[in-house]
Design a protein around this ligand. Sequence first.
Ligand code: FEO
Length: 169
Amino acid sequence: MLSEKMQNALNSQIKKEIYSSYLYMAMSMYFEVEDLSGAASWMRIQVLEELTHAEKFMNYVNERGGRVFLEALEKPAFSWETPLDAFSGALEHERFISASINELVSLAREEKDFMSDNFLQWFVAEQVEEEASVSEVIRMFKLAGGAGGGLLMIDRELGSRVFTPPAAE
Ligand code: FEO
């Protein structure tokens, strides 16, 4: 059985994961209006990934006999100065999520809740990937200068991303 403190912390993380999908959906819509369909598609895949993260947390809370309480979401930003700006915002957000996962691990260890600690290790590894994949896109934008043919090439590259459900990884 989960402690109330751990249950509350996991519920707060579920909200953060769902908010992540909401934020990336907003970024996808921004890229649509900028005619960057590859970047829009990349973000839509990110939306799906975040929902699978939320689902993993929800399943875990249920399996441990806890209760999931869905919280209200804030309104995400809807516009960014440049594509690079949007991806920089995504990196900043992923770092925030990584810090939040680290806090959850600390709490699990404080409470000697080793089941939660073990469950959370998947997310510790996943956050390495999450930060690395956004950083890679930022690097591409910086190298290409963010305009003209370079931008088109990056957009095409981003459009080739496919969604891989975690179970199939
Ligand atoms: Fe669910 Fe992108 O962290």
